[in-house]
Design a protein around this ligand. Sequence first.
Ligand code: HEM
Length: 508
Amino acid sequence: MALLPLLFTFAFIFLLYQLYQKLRFKLPPGPRPWPVVGNLYDIKPVRFRCFADWAQTYGPIISVWFGSTLNVIVSNSELAKEVLKEHDQQLADRHRSRSAAKFSREGQDLIWADYGPHYVKVRKVCTLELFSPKRLEALRPIREDEVTAMVESIFKDCTNPDNMGKSFLVKKYLGAVAFNNITRLAFGKRFVNSEGVIDEQGQEFKAIVANGLKLGASLAMAEHIPWLRWLFPLEEEAFAKHGARRDCLTRAIMEEHTLARQKSGGAKQHFVDALLTLQDKYDLSEDTIIGLLWDMITAGMDTTAISVEWAMAELIKNPRVQQKAQEELDQVIGLKRVLTETDFSNLPYLQCVAKEALRLHPPTPLMLPHRANANVKIGGYDIPKGSNVHVNVWAVARDPAVWKNPSEFRPERYLEEDVDMKGHDFRLLPFGAGRRVCPGAQLGINLVTSMLGHLLHHFYWAPPSGLSPEEIDMAENPGLVTYMRTPLQAMPRPRLPAQLYKRVAVDM
Ligand code: HEM
């Protein structure tokens, strides 16, 4: 009972606060907020679609209240440019939910760090060291090993007589590539042996990732209503335990690397080795090294697998495009060898296919929110300091004002007009743009293109029997990262000589 007057008081304060914001600032238009909860209960689960719908009613820049926090969503390329180029520096902070704050030890990593000296330093480590073209090239054998392992595994399954007429869950194979690639790249570890059995450390790693997701999801609503947070105390103990478990595994791996380096006298290319050998040069704390390693896992694992799953769905729905990509592969690679990343420059159509998939299905359709560190004007409206700004890159990439037949999957459009997708053309922003642009963009593009190239060169792809291409469910699952609502099932059929389906394993 004592709660009721308290709630009324909070509601009253909220209304006063909103009135103050309205009188002081010219805020972007948007759906009418309710006291205390704002628009939280009006937002449909697939947020970027909901925001795109609201943009149709209120215009390309809208205000949406998550509880008492103002969120501004922009949905066209001009406003995206204002956010990510003209006002980039004032809009480069991050909003940290309580769980993100815990996971990142108050932004001591990269993803959750505010823009400031620490951010500039770790970003420099990423640009000059971790994602330098030299290191990307040095780590190429790992990517090629994993992609050929995927081909071998699909081949085994689809040529097994027990599986005649069966369809396969595509994401199972893509997820394995993404998982092994990222753990090898970051930790120098393949936790899974050639029989597909995961070792003890790998099981611990998977359990930590799953637990992190569970903890992150457990706070959702209360997160946005600071006055009510005391009703939903953060599970301090659970977070502390999670952090300790993560640190313990990471430290064990770091020690293994230190010992190996002392023994061999040389450092390897993996991120963990790179960070440990650069620790003094860049004055990196242990929390920052651990934070960076886990940032790469969080940001780099699902994004690539999801992009390829969507691309494969489009290729099965559009047999014309699939055939054209295969013709190009046959012409350039032939039927006697497998693709490598050095072939990319001779495969323009394949590159266009990857780009078109990332246009229609960016895995992070609202990017990550940027927080204003000052009062800013965007599109003639005020964005008060502390608001969160989202760029709906999904909506921008489907805007009929800048794209011809936007919902059509037509890779040829980039042969007619080259469009950059790494942050220079504000019509196509799957990796964002500006100072917070994805540092793993080139790595992501290489892996997505390589996976697609191998899948198309080695197999014909069709929908499961009884399902027509048009019937493939192209709806999205809710969440920050956009999985297909119905995971893609498909029927692969080999198209190359059997000896080309062997994994090319490398030990590094
Ligand atoms: C297809 C694959 C990928 C896509 C579409 C993608 C997209 C994005 C986007 C949209 C952002 C947010 C940019 C912003 O806030 O403005 C981001 C940030 C980030 N991505 Fe990626 N990404 C991909 C792959 C990767 C990979 C493979 C890695 C690393 C191994 C990675 C590491 C990161 C990191 C560390 C950030 C945070 C950057 C910051 O806050 O400054 N990403 N990515």
